[in-house]
Design a protein around this ligand. Structure first.
Ligand SMILES: [Zn+2]
Ligand SMILES: [Zn+2]
Length: 292
């Protein structure tokens, strides 16, 4: 049973612990496998952030530039500059090498969705031997919806409007059919800013779009450790994905070895509670359903 959302480098400045950004020693990958096994996950699907790889700069461009809000643009421009320290080429080579050694790993990538560049991004990634691509909405133009320093934007925009804007983008992403899995489908709740009741109409539209786009969705335990204190997706959203036969993967979104496979039993319990009996695995972007 796999963990299909795992990063090899944490965010923020290099702490001195673990390999330097952009370095991928085999023993680091092995440390993740060891931790995953201890937490009951047999296979790891690594999913480094595309936007953090230096190779993404020309293809993503300055995605924040069209936003009329200068404060948001300035923050995001500086944030991306500081985070863009990884190497796609070296990452891919490291995972391919680990695979060649017989280690239980899959090559994935976490790709941010920007409607203006998504076709170019898909084309850019095409030659790489990815097993699967997960896709995320972390930004609405220059607003990093899950970043603490930009949390104030919820109050300015209004919570209802923020959720509508987020789900509109996530629904476009799901319908695009360009990616295999939706990462943290309701990450808009990450900072703990929520509506008085779940937006069931927005959930339904997203589930329908995912079914139409042939996009699976991950059940991610990382939200339990964030202000949201809740698995992604919300049970009512996961129920709707199940109603529309959208397959699931299991995910920890670990950025350190020790968190790989964390709380899998809680993800499985939630998935079973809404009716799932299977999950999906990917090899070279072909999905196969296996028992949960
Ligand atoms: Zn993410
Ligand atoms: Zn992630």
């Amino acid at each position: 049973m796999g963990d299909y959302h795992v990063h090899l480098h944490p965010h923020g400045p290099y702490s001195g612990k673990g390999p330097r950004p952009g370095e991928y020693p085999l023993e680091h990958i092995e440390a993740y496998i060891e931790a995953a096994h201890a937490n009951g996950a047999e296979e790891i699907g690594f999913t480094e952030h595309f936007y953090r790889c230096i190779e993404s700069k020309p293809v993503l461009g300055a995605f924040w530039d069209a936003d009329p809000r200068k404060d948001l643009r300035d923050f995001t421009s500086a944030y991306v500059r500081s985070e863009r320290v990884l190497s796609l080429e070296r990452y891919v080579q490291a995972i391919v090498d680990a695979k060649d050694r017989g280690l239980p790993v899959k090559l994935g990538l976490e790709v941010d969705f920007f409607p203006d560049t998504v076709e170019a991004v898909a084309e850019f990634l095409e030659p790489y031997p990815f097993d699967f691509l997960i896709a995320s909405t972390h930004w609405l133009d220059a607003w990093g919806i899950d970043l603490e320093p930009q949390k104030h934007e919820f109050a300015r925009r209004g919570i209802q409007q923020s959720y509508e804007d987020y789900f509109a983008m996530e629904t476009r992403l799901a319908a695009s059919g360009l990616f295999d899995v939706l990462a943290h489908a309701d990450v808009v709740k990450k900072r703990g800013v929520v509506l008085p009741s779940p937006p069931l109409d927005l959930y339904e539209e997203l589930a329908v779009a995912a079914a139409r786009g042939g996009t699976a969705v991950e059940v991610s335990t990382v939200g339990l450790y964030q202000p949201a204190q809740e698995i992604y997706p919300h049970p009512e959203l996961l129920q709707r994905f199940h109603n529309h036969d959208v397959p699931i993967t299991l995910a920890s979104d670990a950025h350190f070895p020790e968190f790989c496979g964390r709380d899998r039993s809680k993800a499985i319990e939630l998935a079973r509670s809404v009716g799932y009996t299977q999950r999906i695995e990917f090899t070279k972007r072909i999905g196969t359903l296996v028992p949960l």
